[in-house]
Design a protein around this ligand. Structure first.
Ligand SMILES: Nc1ncnc2c1ncn2[C@@H]1O[C@H](COP(=O)(O)OP(=O)(O)OP(=O)(O)O)[C@@H](O)[C@H]1O
Ligand SMILES: [Mg+2]
Length: 489
């Protein structure tokens, strides 16, 4: 592509050079030829006037000699047009010259001249004639020499003009090659953009128009790259959201179907006669009750999650002593712990450590975590519930933990633990009446209060769940910064 402009430029220049040479040649030819002819005409006219000083007889007699001396053909013509003498032809054989234009002018008293083809000598001649003692003297000189001189001058003028053009041509070739190369790079770059390679960049040189064009193209490329990346990010987020939504719907339907199927099955069995079977009816009704309770828990958990996500959950933030929050929760879980023969130890924060939170939400977080700890800690185990003040001047917060000496969680399961319906051992969790929403609720409730969650666990040794709460009012309600968790699983 690039060499074409280069070629066009050179061709255009050669065209200009050709036209210039033609014009120079034409003007040089015309000017020099006219000048030469005029000079020769004046020279011959002077010689004619000198010859006119000779007598008519002498002119006829010494025609050859005089012609030689004048360096031209000499013709003597009588007033009636008869040729009396000619230095190069036989006058008797020559036709009447009465109407020759130079002779007509000479007889009218002027110096006659004309440029014509001589039929006698078969060549172009310049004729000059004057009247002399009744006759007319005419000198003629062939134009061949003039033409040869003019030709040599033309050649020299044309050659020097062409030579003068050479540096110009070389310079033009250099420039056009330079710009062709830069244009080539720009064309290559736009090709890359057209092919969707927005990461490519053009190397810019100079601040001329091509340099500015390159800069602008680079800017366009950068913007396109950003837009494409943003679109790709949005698309992958949409896909992720869609996957999360689908998984959620599948999980919810599955979780609802299991207890419903059980309720339906045992109800049918009871209706089919088992109602009157004292050995089974109470057991079947107990199973139906357990499943109905499970459905109740599931719908309550789903409602809690959706309220947080849709920001319809009403939080009542206030400052609380964190140790008293811990104590209240431990007290409410104590009967369950006693039943399981698991002891609970409080690891208090420094006295009067405050947290800014919704006490109901913190209560739910702690009871979910302690419920898990109790579920997954065998008899004789211990649960530690405590808080630590994290004195970060930019983000002063309290980190609350619930540590157990239970079964622990395999490391590879930890990253997905807070996802909805995610359970390490599905069968075991279901057996224990779990729905797999407890930790998702913990995460969303903690975030809604400006906190974060994390977990540490060693298999067969125990797990520790942490969540943070701000010490001061972060203005979450006023600024609406309680983040929507819709996009996270
Ligand atoms: N303290 C723990 N020790 C060991 N595993 C745990 C502990 N806490 C949670 N897990 C694992 O994480 C999974 C998810 O916990 P989560 O609280 O979300 O659900 P769940 O307890 O099974 O059911 P739910 O809390 O909804 O009744 C559990 O099924 C369990 O496999
Ligand atoms: Mg749980």
């Amino acid at each position: 592509m690039a060499p074409r402009i280069f070629l066009k430029l050179i061709l255009a220049l050669l065209g200009v050079l050709g036209i210039t040479l033609l014009a120079v040649d034409f003007l040089a030819a015309r000017g020099t030829r006219a000048g030469y002819i005029e000079d020769t005409r004046q020279g011959l006219a002077e010689k004619c006037r000198m010859l006119a000083l000779h007598s008519p007889d002498e002119l006829v007699r010494s025609c050859h000699l005089l012609a030689q001396a004048a360096g031209a053909r000499l013709t003597v013509v009588a007033p009636d047009g008869r040729v009396l003498a000619d230095s190069e032809a036989d006058p008797l054989r020559m036709e009447n010259h009465r109407l020759r234009p130079e002779l007509v002018q000479a007889w009218s008293g002027a110096t006659g001249s004309s440029v014509r083809h001589s039929a006698t000598l078969n060549r172009d001649l310049l004729y000059v004639a004057v009247a002399a003692n009744g006759n007319a003297i005419r000198l003629a000189r062939p134009l061949d020499r003039i033409n040869a001189n003019v030709l040599s001058i033309r050649r020299r003028v044309v050659a020097s003009t062409a030579f003068a053009f050479l540096p110009f041509l070389a310079l033009a070739a250099l420039f056009s090659r330079y710009f062709s190369r830069r244009l080539g790079a720009i064309i290559e770059y736009t090709g890359k953009l057209a092919a969707g390679n927005f990461h490519a960049r053009l190397q810019t040189e100079g601040r001329d128009e091509l340099g500015i064009l390159s800069d602008r193209l680079n800017e366009t490329g950068e913007k396109l790259e950003k837009v494409i990346l943003e679109l790709q990010r949005e698309q992958s987020e949409m896909e992720k959201l869609e996957r999360v939504r689908k998984d959620f719907v599948i999980n919810v339907s599955h979780e609802l179907r299991t207890p419903l199927a059980s309720i339906q099955g045992y109800t049918d069995t009871l209706l089919d006669g088992a109602l009157h079977d004292p050995d089974h009816n109470v057991r079947f009704l107990t199973i139906i009750k357990q499943n109905a309770e499970r459905l109740g828990r599931l719908t309550a958990d789903l409602l809690t999650l959706s309220r947080i996500e849709l920001k319809t959950q009403k939080f009542q933030f206030a400052g609380y002593y964190v140790n008293s929050l811990l104590r209240q929760n431990v007290e409410s879980m104590q009967p369950l712990a006693d039943k399981k023969r698991v002891s609970i130890v409080i690891e208090p924060a420094p006295p009067d450590t405050e947290v800014f939170c919704d006490s109901e939400a913190v209560h739910q977080i702690l009871s979910n975590l302690m419920d898990n700890a109790l579920k997954y800690t065998p008899e004789g185990g211990k649960i530690y519930v405590g808080a630590v003040l994290i004195d970060d001047p930019r983000n002063e917060r309290v980190e609350i933990h619930v540590r157990d000496t239970g079964i622990g969680i395999p490391e590879q399961e930890l990253p997905r633990l807070f996802e909805r319906f995610y359970r390490v051992d599905k069968a075991r969790s279901r057996e224990l009446g779990g729905t797999g929403l407890g930790l998702a609720i913990v995460k969303h409730l903690a975030r809604a209060q400006g906190g974060e969650v994390r977990v540490e666990s060693v298999l067969n040794q125990g797990s520790t769940f942490f969540f943070t709460l701000p010490v001061h009012d972060l203005g979450l309600l006023e600024t609406g910064a309680v983040q929507s968790e819709l996009t996270t699983p």
